[in-house]
Design a protein around this ligand. Sequence first.
Ligand code: B16
Ligand code: MG
Length: 217
Amino acid sequence: MIKAVIFDLDGVIVDTARYHFLAWKRLADELGIKFTEADNERLKGVSRIRSMEILMELGGITLSQHEKERLANKKNAWFVDYVERMLPEEIFPGVTALITTFKQHGMRIALASSSKNAKTVIQLLRIEHLFEVVVDGTMVVHSKPDPEIFLLAATKLGVEPKECLVFEDAEAGVEAALAAGMHCVGIGTPEQLFKAMRVIRTTGEFTMSMLDDCNAA
Ligand code: B16
Ligand code: MG
């Protein structure tokens, strides 16, 4: 029986995934690396430094640890700049209402984001109060697809992994949720997120009858 819902942030609650892409694209352009939205799928859900390494793989370049960190920090400064101009209206439609409905059904609610900027983003959007537990990239050693972040969220909520339903837009995030032994709804396309038990285009499309389906699975 599902007792808790764990939300990813970027690409599930708000379109910060777009800002991550724009900032990585800007860095790729500076480095002369071809970088498309399809390439960007590999960066979703994984840590900042791992994303930098994937970008280097795409460009066929090697860099010192110091240079890698310097460039990842540069990308982050651009990302933060975009995010600081974000408005609460940029929360995906139906998300706040869905969380309220889950709460009315007695669900516990957590946020589990690989982003070290997650707390800043939810403060800027004024939605911190929606989450009982927030786990972010500053609190884990292993980034998605490792299950650590979701297991930590479940522990903090005091529920079993099998009692959790995760909302994820990244392939690495879906893999992390499944590795944690949780139910997972993918936000995106079935082609990308075929491992998820169900895939919907946007978080706001989720209905309580889908929750019944997850419980029956
Ligand atoms: P930062 P999520 C993830 O957030 C993003 O999907 C991923 O693209 C990003 O590299 C990662 O956070 C780290 O973010 O550089 O802000 O620490 O989807 O897990 O909410
Ligand atoms: Mg995401």
